[in-house]
Every structure is written in structure tokens, then in C-alpha cells.
Design a binder for this molecule. Structure first.
Ligand code: AHR
Length: 513
């Protein structure tokens, strides 16, 4: 048995008893892998995510591109190790007819993007563009299928078009459009938010519809191993999950989704960058709520699927604030600050700690929309603090989880308080141990003591993301204001690892035996 103990000592007058918090990283017995797909992304035809953000067209002479996709963005996404990418929506998915987006670009029909500002959708970026881009960056595609306004036949033909090998009209059409080999797409979402923009359905009605779609997109035994994700709950709608688990036969479903945004108040979301301390606290509180949601949805799923065959797929998560002043409010363009980096750090720790059930998650969204990892402005590009957290944490991808038990210390704001520290850990295939720590307290450093029993561990390296103010962010004038630095605040003392975590920081430590 291998046991790691982290003690967090609060260095503040506020908790003046020398209180300490303790985290047990309890490596006993075989633990599950942290699926790399927890580090997934989401790109929707919304605002400037696809057009301008990812795709500028292959005739663009100013912004270097590969088949129309920006080279700077491609390079950043490769470095991030994006494991899986969901497309084309979101709400847009249930208005999207894939046949509009294949074939010669000048023959593609223009449509209207009804959900996101009524702008013209040229369909210039379609199935081939998306799947080839995924191939280029080494990500698995995750296609979100249209249930709300599509048909069972339309989806089964999409599956055949992208995956078929036989002699059929769909396969011939794909080949005549320039793609000989199938892409072998594994992940399919069957509708999006079917309780809302996907059709305002009841769970009972949707689960029947789901069964019909899921049946005809595969064969008798799903011999091509499609991973079909049922459109799942909005936040704490546990009844929705219950109905999916109860009514859908287990051989027709591989995942059920959950959507949750850390929003302060849907009517008053607050500014993305110039927020107050109270708004910061409120966002962190909402971010921590993911723990409760995942735990409770998991408990429902456990009742129907004790062996955890079906994955919980959190295919939309992130912070959502008011759109930047002066931008189209339907385009959901927001700055991304240190607050978002901390939000990402907390959330990814929660997913790592629940990896036996959470086996995919997709941050909303990839470029220029909501909690984006990349922002673009013409030929300029910013990697946001959230990008850097995702990049630091990618060491956990497909590593074996080390379970965490945490006795925390608290960050108080007014009469309310939150746990100050969040943690998760894993051991990778080469035997390195990675510990990710977040201190959300914007006003205080915390000393963290790391103990372990068993084999001796040595500190290899540390990285930190930190900036003096929680409102700090990268800008087009100062794109590298915030980026990971090497961390010298961790030290091995008499077999104990002491970590001095600055306020509002994310730290990644790597140790080896
Ligand atoms: O991510 C933005 C929108 O949020 C998505 O289109 C929708 O699924 C969700 O409500």
C-alpha cells in the first residue's frame, strides 16, 4: 500500500490556531485511469469560434493556414494535446444538416444560424474540414447529431458517410468529395440539451427517441464500437439522469451527458474581467458545485449501472459571463482571467477525482467563445490562462488516478467561506507522480506539507500559474503576461514535501521514486 499525505497549514491570522488541512492520496489497490478525454474541448458554429477562430479559408493570404485552418491555432492545439473535440454544437447541432456542409464549397447552401445572432452560415466549414482538422491535431472527433430537427435516416447516413467501407451511395459520395478512407469516428452525441434548445422534450419522450436513433446508427451488436452519448441533464436535474439510466437498454448507450456552467446568476452574469471580489467568490462557489453535481449524478447512475459501464460525459462546462462590451451579445465573446484558470484547475481536479465515472468532458468553448483557451483578433492570437492550466494538467491524461482525501482550510468572504485548496493526483505509465494543486484564496499564501509512506519520492519539477491580481489576463498587447513559470516554492525537508502556494495560483508538481 502506498500512502501520500498532504498537510495544508493555514498561514493566516484569520485562522489563528495554526490549523492545518490534510489531504490523503491513498494509492491502494488498482485505481482507474484518468481518461485523457476529460481534457476534451468543444467548438460550435457560434460567434467567432469556427469562422475567424479556427477557420479563415484556404484563400486567406494574410493568416497562414492549412486547408483553411489557422496554423497558429493548430500549433497551439497540438501542444495542448487535445484528446477529443465536440462539434458542431451546442444548440447549433440541432439545426445542422450535415449534407449542407459537404461537396464543393461554392455549391453549399447558405443557411441562417438561428440560435446565435441570425448570422449567415456559409457551410464552408463542414464534415471534411472538421474531421481532417481533428486528424491534423491528433484529436478524436465527437460529432453532435441533430435530433431536434433532423431525422433518424440523416444520422444513420452521416455515420455511413464518415465510417462506411462498403459499396454504398454515401461511401461513393465521400470518395467523390476527396476522402477515400473512412475517418472511423467513434464518439456521437444524440441530440443536445433536448430538455431545452434541442426540442424542449420530457426525458421520457427523449429516451424513446434516443432508442430509435441509437438503434439505426449502429448494427445489431454495435460491432463498430460507436460510443453513443445520450443528451443528459441540465445541472441538478437528477430525474433526467434517472430516466436515461432506467429506460435506455444498456446495449444502446455508452455515455450520458451533463451540462453545467459556473454562472453567478443567469440574469446578471457579471463582467468577465473587471469583476469584484464578491463576484469572484460567487464564481468559485459555483465552480465547486461541480463536485456535488457529479457525485449525485454518479449515485443515480450507480443504482442502474454498478459496474460503471456507462460514462458520465460532462460535454459542456466552464465559466459564463456577460459578453465583452461592444461585441455582439449572441457571440458570447469574453475575456479569460486568472479567475478562469482557477475555475479550470478546480473543475479538472474534480473530474480527475471522479474518473471512474467521468470519462469525458468538453470545455466550452475552444476559441473566442465563453471560457476559450484561445482568443484571436485578425492575425493575432492569445493563449488564455485557461489554456495554460489545460496544458499543465495534460500530464494526467491516461495516467492512473491516485485517490485524494482532503481536510481543507477555508477562504472566507464576508460571512461565507469556501475550501481554499483543491487537489488531485495521478501516476503516469513511466512511474512519475503528478500532483495538481489550486489555491483559490486571493489574499493568502498557504503552506502545503506533502507526506507519503512507502517508497521514497523525489521532487522532479514544479510549474506554477500565478499573477498578482485575479482579474489579470493576457491581451493582444501583452499576450504573455500570464504563462506557466518554473516553481521554486516546493522543497523536500526530511522526507516531507513543503509547498508554499501563493494566493490564487495553480501548481503542478512532478515526483519520481
Ligand atoms: O455553449 C453555448 C451553449 O450553451 C450551447 O450551444 C448550448 O448547448 C448551451 O446551452
Amino acid at each position: 500500500m502506498h500512502l501520500i499525505l498532504i498537510t495544508v497549514l493555514l498561514m493566516s491570522a484569520h485562522h489563528s490556531f495554526g490549523q492545518s488541512a490534510t489531504v490523503w492520496l491513498n494509492e491502494k489497490g488498482p485505481s482507474p485511469l484518468i481518461s485523457k478525454n476529460i481534457y476534451g474541448h468543444f467548438a460550435e458554429h457560434l460567434g467567432r469560434c469556427i469562422y475567424e477562430g479556427l477557420y479563415v479559408g484556404d484563400s486567406n493570404q494574410i493568416i497562414p493556414n492549412t486547408a483553411g485552418v489557422r496554423n497558429d491555432v493548430l500549433a497551439a492545439l497540438k501542444k495542448l494535446k487535445v484528446p477529443v473535440l465536440r462539434w458542431p454544437g451546442g444548440c447549433f447541432a440541432d439545426t445542422y444538416h450535415w449534407k449542407d456542409g459537404v461537396g464543393p464549397k461554392n455549391n453549399r447552401p447558405a443557411t441562417v444560424n438561428n440560435w446565435w445572432g441570425g448570422v449567415t452560415e456559409t457551410n464552408a466549414f463542414g464534415t471534411h474540414d472538421f474531421l481532417n482538422m481533428c486528424e491534423n491535431i491528433g484529436a478524436d472527433p465527437y460529432l453532435a447529431a441533430n435530433v431536434g430537427s433532423g431525422t433518424v435516416q440523416e444520422l444513420s447516413q452521416w455515420v455511413e458517410y464518415v465510417n462506411g467501407n462498403g459499396n454504398s451511395a454515401m461511401v461513393s459520395w465521400r470518395k467523390s468529395n476527396g476522402r477515400e478512407k473512412p475517418w472511423q469516428v467513434k464518439f456521437f452525441g444524440v441530440g443536445n440539451e433536448t430538455w431545452g434548445c434541442g426540442g424542449h422534450m420530457t426525458p421520457e419522450y427523449y429516451s424513446n427517441l434516443y432508442k430509435q436513433y441509437a438503434t439505426f446508427m449502429a448494427d445489431w451488436s454495435n460491432s463498430h464500437h460507436l460510443f453513443r452519448v445520450a443528451s443528459g441533464a441540465n445541472a441538478d436535474d437528477y430525474h433526467w439522469t434517472e430516466v436515461m439510466m432506467r429506460d435506455i437498454p444498456k446495449d444502446l448507450i455508452e455515455g450520458v451527458s451533463l451540462h453545467y456552467y459556473a454562472v453567478i446568476d443567469w440574469k446578471e452574469k457579471g463582467p468577465a474581467a473587471s469583476f469584484s471580489r464578491a463576484q469572484y467568490f460567487a464564481t468559485m462557489k459555483q465552480a465547486f458545485r461541480m463536485e456535488e453535481l457529479v457525485t449525485k449524478h454518479e449515485a443515480v447512475m450507480d443504482r442502474y449501472d454498478p459496474h460503471k459501464k456507462i460514462a458520465l460525459v460532462v460535454d459542456e462546462w466552464g465559466g459564463w459571463y456577460d459578453a465583452e462590451p461592444g461585441t455582439n451579445p449572441f457571440f458570447l465573446f469574453q475575456q479569460s482571467t486568472m479567475r478562469d484558470a482557477l475555475l479550470a484547475g478546480i473543475t479538472l481536479n474534480i473530474f480527475n477525482n471522479h474518473c471512474s465515472r467521468v470519462r469525458m468532458a468538453n470545455l466550452a468553448q475552444m476559441v473566442n467563445v465563453l471560457q476559450a483557451v484561445i482568443l484571436t483578433n485578425q492575425e493575432k492570437i492569445i493563449l488564455t490562462p485557461t489554456y495554460h492550466v489545460m496544458e499543465m494538467y495534460n500530464v494526467h491524461q491516461d495516467a492512473r488516478q491516485i485517490p485524494v482525501k482532503l481536510n481543507n482550510v477555508f477562504y472566507a468572504e464576508g460571512s461565507d467561506s469556501l475550501p481554499a485548496i483543491s487537489a488531485s493526483a495521478s501516476k503516469d505509465s513511466l512511474g512519475a507522480t503528478h500532483i495538481s494543486l489550486v489555491n483559490i484564496d486571493p489574499g493568502k499564501s498557504h503552506l502545503i506539507r506533502v507526506y507519503w509512506q512507502g517508497a521514497e519520492l523525489k521532487l522532479d519539477s514544479g510549474r506554477i500559474l500565478h499573477s498578482p491580481r485575479i482579474q489579470d489576463h493576457n491581451s493582444f498587447d501583452e499576450p504573455e503576461k500570464i504563462k506557466p513559470q518554473s516553481f521554486s516554492g516546493a522543497d523536500m525537508k526530511n522526507g516531507t514535501l513543503e509547498v508554499d502556494m501563493p494566493p490564487a495560483s495553480v501548481v503542478l508538481l512532478t515526483l519520481h521514486g
